[in-house]
Each structure stands twice: as structure tokens, then as C-alpha cells.
Design a binder for this molecule. Structure first.
Ligand code: SAM
Length: 220
């Protein structure tokens, strides 16, 4: 049932993509791997997070948010600052009768953190930002014990070092890191999980755009 709904959702997004730019992938076969299969790579990590609200940050066309919502049954909020994308995603979700479980928010993540601080048990982010920015954007949204599940295509030692250097400042801690290859035999995916372990030692969110444009550095 969930699998069937994922296919129907994908079809609605690929149809809408003919007139509005939601994804660069136009072939259904490719999208089944790069959107549906890839979205589900982090299912184990999302399922292991504490019960409660799930949020997909920078959700775009609803990936990995919608497949993960369907696979876990969690109440889900998809967040993206582009109103047009969120309107199409909400329409597709409603068409499938999922509007009570999955809602969209067309705000900046920083604004959502002001509206709903500490409300999320688990967050995901795919193709959004470097880890250091993901940690900063997520920290104010998560409950204590909540998890951030990051989908990375390439993860350099430098990117990981940069994130680990500000973990303490942000009240976050690395939990796990795992690599896998999708069924196309070539797409590599790394799933990195952080937990919210305490309060951030600075006021969050910083001004709009700061997390992504001027990433935090450790305090000396
Ligand atoms: C490259 S797309 C990835 C979309 C989707 N997660 C995927 O993997 O297919 C990044 C998305 O993040 C959104 N975004 C970037 N920064 C954001 C912010 N601070 N608040 C809300 N949305 C943001 C952009 O509008 C864009 O749709």
C-alpha cells in the first residue's frame, strides 16, 4: 500500500515537473531509484528516532519526506522556502488522501524554528547544505533526544571535521555514519545521524541565511 502510494506520488510530481521545475530527473525509471529508493535509504535511522513529529528540511519535490512519511506513518511537515514547490507538493499529497498526515510549510527553516522551536523528533535533509549548516538549522527545531538524519552524496573529511567542531556549541552529537550504493550500482549515499543532546550555547536561529552563508566556527 505504502509502496503503491509512493509510485502514485512520483507520477504526480513527474507530471507537475513538466511545467514547474521540481526535479531535474524526468525518466520514471531513474526517478524510482534516485527519488524513491534513495529516500528510503535512511528509513532505518528515521525509524530509530524517538516517536513524534517528522520534518523534511529543504524538501523541494517532497524527497525524502513523502516516501519516509509513507513508510513510517509519522505525522510529517515538509519545509521549503519556495511557495510554488510546496503548493504543488501539498496538492499531490491531498490528491492521495494524505493531507492529514503530511503538511507543507513554505517558510525559511529559520522562520519555522521561531514558530515551532523544539517540536520535531526527527528531521531529514537531502541536498540542502553542508553538515555544519544542517546542524545549526536543526538544533532549535529538535526535541532533546531528537535526531537529524543527513543524506550526503559526497562527504569529505573536512566537511565532517567542520561539523564536529561545532557540535558542542549547538548541543548536537554524532551518532552514526553509514555508506551504501543504490541499485543502479553507481550512486553512492552516506547517511549521517546527529542527536540533540542539550541546549545550544548561542541564540538560534541566527539571522536568515547566516547558517548557510557564514557557517559557524568553533569558539576559541
Ligand atoms: C537541491 S534542493 C533539494 C530538494 C530535495 N530535498 C531533494 O533532495 O530532492 C534544496 C531545496 O532546499 C530549499 N532551501 C534551501 N535553503 C532553505 C532554507 N533556509 N529554508 C527553506 N528551504 C530552503 C530550496 O528552496 C530547495 O528547494
Amino acid at each position: 500500500m505504502a509502496q503503491e502510494l509512493m509510485g502514485q506520488y512520483l507520477d504526480l510530481i513527474l507530471e507537475a515537473n513538466k511545467t514547474t521545475n521540481l526535479t531535474r530527473i524526468t525518466s520514471r525509471d531513474e526517478a524510482l531509484v534516485l527519488h524513491i529508493e534513495d529516500s528510503l535509504v535512511g528509513l532505518e535511522e528515521v525509524s530509530e528516532a524517538p516517536d513524534g513529529l517528522y520534518g523534511d528540511l529543504g524538501s523541494g519535490g517532497g524527497f525524502p519526506g513523502v516516501p519516509l512519511a509513507l513508510a513510517t506513518g509519522r505525522e510529517t511537515v515538509l519545509v521549503d522556502s519556495v511557495k510554488k514547490k510546496m503548493a504543488i507538493v501539498q496538492q499531490a499529497v491531498n490528491q492521495l488522501g494524505l493531507g492529514r498526515q503530511i503538511t507543507t510549510c513554505s517558510d525559511r527553516i529559520e522562520d519555522l524554528a521561531l514558530d515551532r522551536p523544539g517540536s520535531f523528533s526527527v528531521l531529514t535533509a537531502r541536498a540542502l547544505s553542508r553538515l555544519v549548516a544542517l546542524l545549526e538549522l536543526s538544533s532549535p527545531l529538535l526535541v532533546k533526544g531528537g535526531r537529524l538524519v543527513c543524506y550526503k552524496a559526497q562527504l569529505s573529511d573536512e566537511e565532517m571535521r567542520e561539523a564536529r567542531a561545532v557540535e558542542d556549541l549547538l548541543g548536537m552529537r554524532l551518532v552514526s555514519q553509514r555508506e551504501t550504493t543504490l541499485s543502479d550500482g553507481e550512486t553512492r549515499r552516506t547517511i549521517v545521524v546527529f542527536e540533540k543532546v542539550g541546549k545550544a550555547k548561542l541564540k538560534l536561529p541566527r539571522r536568515i541565511g547566516a547558517a548557510q552563508k557564514t557557517p559557524l566556527k568553533p569558539r576559541s
